[in-house]
Design a protein around this ligand. Sequence first.
Ligand code: ADP
Length: 415
Amino acid sequence: MSPLENEISTDSIDASCDAGPIRILIAEDDPTSCEILKVVLGEWGYVVNAFPDGASAFEELKHDKGYAVAILDWNIPGLNGIEICEQLIKTESLFTYFILLTSKYGLADVIKGFASGAHDYITKPFEPEELHARVKVGIRLYKMHHQIEMYASSMEQLANERAKQLLHADRLSTLGVLSAGIAHEINNPLSFIQGNNQFLAVCWPAVKETLSQAHTIGISNSDTEIFCEEFESSNEAIKKGVIRISKIIKSLKQYARKESGERKPCSLVQLIEEALLLCSSHLQNSIQIDFDRSADFKIYGDLQQIEQVFINLLVNSADALGDYSLGKISISLHGTDSEVTVQISDNGPGFSDVVLKNLFTPFFTTKDIGKGTGLGLSICEGIIKEHGGSIRAFNNTSHGAVFEITFPYRSGESA
Ligand code: ADP
């Protein structure tokens, strides 16, 4: 086996890249040199395209950016090798490794060649092994350039996605601040309604007494009775509505308060109740809430943060259930001497393997753009870990998703 054949077999890996076989352009007007180049390069497994003049080689390189290496004769007619390099080196998206083929080897010529933008040079007559070694350097750089380009483009794509997600997260936090402001604004008119509602309730016995005499002026007793019933039930309904709005506003204000609050004993049942209230617009009527309140536990923690965990989990369950008419969310609490476990499960679709694997990865979401940020569960995990607890998720044996949160618990803290 000749040394050349040996080279061919071991370097065949070099002769291709992701885009297919490696392509090499030759610009050489001397037919003999051109033929030798074509033969050796072809034997090494490269796809070769040869041009007898500089102008056509330049046009080809300008329009076809897929050449890994260009071997350019320094003294080719039309545009010479140096001129081709000088003009193409300014083309931003092009990376072709330029090798000048020259009979010049004075220092000044070498410097001039590199200054034109050429990456390497080889003197005529050349040794095939030397040419191959130089071509391989070019191919290595060409491949590296393409890998960097691909990496840069995927990084750019990732950066754009992250920027959008951060913008969304920022909008959400702005929304939190805004909602605190709106809650404050609603509080004022709400207190008028509440005041008047109480005023009517206080005055009502006297008014009712007066109305009981209405038959003396010709109004039938049955009419006044109907009116009294309706008045009482309407005023009671207003009172209930006011209480509900005040609760929502209170929770909204607490939720929007961003700073991490002090830690104190908090009742899990109470926190879950508040979270349910806050999510009431998400939890449509079709979703049945099965909350076992029989056991309550007090854990030591940051009220707002833990409430946020429950909100995130409830909203996710509601999203997973969509408009499923038999949707159900079950919540239960269990405790031992050392820990308290909260289980929130739903009878939605549950998790696929991929989703289960990535649930707590920041920015992982299967929701539509603009709906999901992929931050909810990683925030939950962070909060729970800060409280010394843990969170895990699994598919229900029958159907749906289960989230299980465990908080450390010391006996004597029970509610
Ligand atoms: P986001 O809700 O913004 O997508 P999360 O981190 O809260 O971000 O959730 C990540 C993903 O986990 C969701 O997009 C969804 O695919 C999945 N997921 C969370 N909760 C449930 C659930 N109860 N049922 C099914 N999939 C869920």
